[in-house]
Design a protein around this ligand. Structure first.
Ligand SMILES: [Zn+2]
Length: 298
């Protein structure tokens, strides 16, 4: 009916209306900042659920039992729909930190899923049932989750490192707002020494550990990385790849710990070129100075 009406109009006008119609369609599909992706590993799956303006929530699934955990479920409706679509048994919330764009959905989800366990390292986290510390270990089905205490962005920030017995070193780590692809979180509650320690802990994970972070900030971060290290080819390669991904609306997560070591300036604070750029004498001072510079970098 709409098509017949549009066709009855003069050609120029009908073309304009058709174009407008498709622009609206595209915009509706683009309500999400990135497309949903399902990454399958030998024993676990990670479903990327984009949320808000540039946040990522993640569903972590143990393939053997269909038991699932959700990382930072700020948009509960989206999470529950995905749980329903994949017929998962959602038992656990993994909260990286108390900021509302990560923990803001906890109370609602706890209401919707009675008995769900909410993990986190900070009393300010809503609906918290399991307060964890550095190296607290627990299971999601057969998956083993190890908590890494990484205070700085907030004083109770936890990263979750997940492995399975059969997966060897093929693990994944959910880094919240501590480690971003090619960047790091702002030092809202902590200092450079703490972020340096956090990055040492994350940097000691196996190089092929996949990094799933809390926001899609990759291209902005890489722009700053190139400013710090103009001669680093790995940065140029990652920019080219990330631009292709973003043009298609695809997420740039995950990277790997090994990749981060090659282009992330905050992982490279001991490198001579990064130290020189920061006009600093040691790694912690370098961390401090480049974070300060990044805070106002356009
Ligand atoms: Zn945050």
């Amino acid at each position: 009916m709409l098509a017949r009406f549009v066709n009855s109009l003069p050609t120029g006008l009908s073309q304009r209306i058709t174009k407008l119609y498709f622009q609206v369609l595209v915009r509706n599909q683009r309500e999400l900042h990135s497309s949903v992706e399902y990454h399958q590993y030998s024993n676990m799956d990670v479903k990327i659920l984009p949320a808000l303006k540039d946040n990522y929530m993640y569903l972590l699934v143990d393939k053997a039992t269909n038991e699932a955990a959700v990382v930072d479920p700020v948009e509960t409706k989206t999470v529950l729909q995905a749980v329903h679509d994949h017929q998962l048994k959602l038992t656990t919330v993994l909260t990286t930190h108390h900021h509302w764009d990560h923990a803001g959905g906890n109370e609602e989800l706890a209401k919707q899923v009675p008995g769900i366990e909410v993990y986190g390292g900070d009393d300010r986290i809503g609906a918290l049932t399991k307060k964890v510390e550095h190296n607290t270990i627990f299971n999601i089905g057969n998956l083993m989750v190890q908590c890494l205490f990484t205070p700085c962005h907030t004083m109770g920030h936890i990263c979750y490192y997940v492995t399975t017995p059969g997966e060897g070193s093929d693990g994944v780590v959910f880094t919240g707002d501590t480690l971003f692809l090619a960047g790091c979180g702002r030092f809202f509650e902590g200092n450079a020494e703490q972020m340096y320690n956090a990055f040492s802990i994350l940097g000691s994970l196996p190089d092929n550990t996949k990094v799933y972070c809390g926001h899609e900030y990759t291209l902005q971060n890489l722009k700053f990385a190139l400013h710090v290290e103009p001669n680093n080819n790995e940065i140029l390669k990652k920019i080219a790849w990330s631009e292709l991904r973003r043009e298609e609306g695809k997420p740039t997560v995950p990277s790997t710990i090994g990749e981060e070591k090659s282009y992330n300036p905050f992982m490279r604070v001991y490198e001579a070129e990064v130290m020189q750029h920061a006009k600093a004498q040691n790694a912690i001072q370098t961390m401090n100075n480049i974070r300060l510079e990044k805070d106002s970098f356009q």
